[in-house]
Design a protein around this ligand. Structure first.
Ligand SMILES: [Zn+2]
Length: 162
């Protein structure tokens, strides 16, 4: 994704007040981020473990959301992240809930989705799985997964922002 400055990140938020956006903890060392290997930027709030943030590139520019998790996905269920759809996850997938933007959000309307707890999706889709058969096109497989990860969070942003 295109590199973002702290100011661009703060001004991208669509489901919190400007005041909250100005105060939320942006990731440290943004100049160290490997933007070429990210399809969206996601991070947890170090002060508030149930809170996370995601900034997703969209056709209308980057859009950021505040997310809240209620904990791991239901017991006994092998949850799959709705964004990266990785099936060999080394970490938990949790339900994240976002307040909708504008009046709907002020009235308490939210939308939720299952996402990798620490927003590891971009790393997941770039992992090279064991080749399922001889001649398997690994590069095309990974390109497909990256394309999917660029698409699905945008769909979620559209649900938040209406
Ligand atoms: Zn994921």
């Amino acid at each position: 994704m295109h590199p973002l400055t702290e100011q661009e990140i703060r001004s991208s938020f669509i489901n919190c007040s400007r005041r909250d956006a100005a105060r939320l903890p942006v990731p440290p060392e943004l100049d160290q981020v490997d933007w070429d290997r990210l399809d969206y930027l996601g991070w947890r709030d170090p002060q508030s473990p149930r809170r996370g943030f995601a900034v997703v590139p969209t056709e209308e520019g980057p859009k950021g959301i505040v997310l809240q998790t209620s904990g791991p996905a239901g017991p006994g269920k092998q949850a799959m992240c709705a964004w990266c759809q990785d099936v060999r996850l080394p970490h938990p997938v949790v339900m994240y809930v976002a307040r909708r933007s504008g009046a709907a959000g002020r009235d308490g309307s939210t939308v939720g989705t299952l996402i990798c707890e620490g927003f590891q999706c971009s790393a997941n889709v770039r992992k090279r799985p064991p080749s399922p058969y001889k001649g398997f096109d690994m590069d095309a497989h990974i390109a497909d997964r990256i394309a999917g990860l660029r698409e699905r969070p945008r769909g979620f942003m559209a649900a938040v922002d209406r």
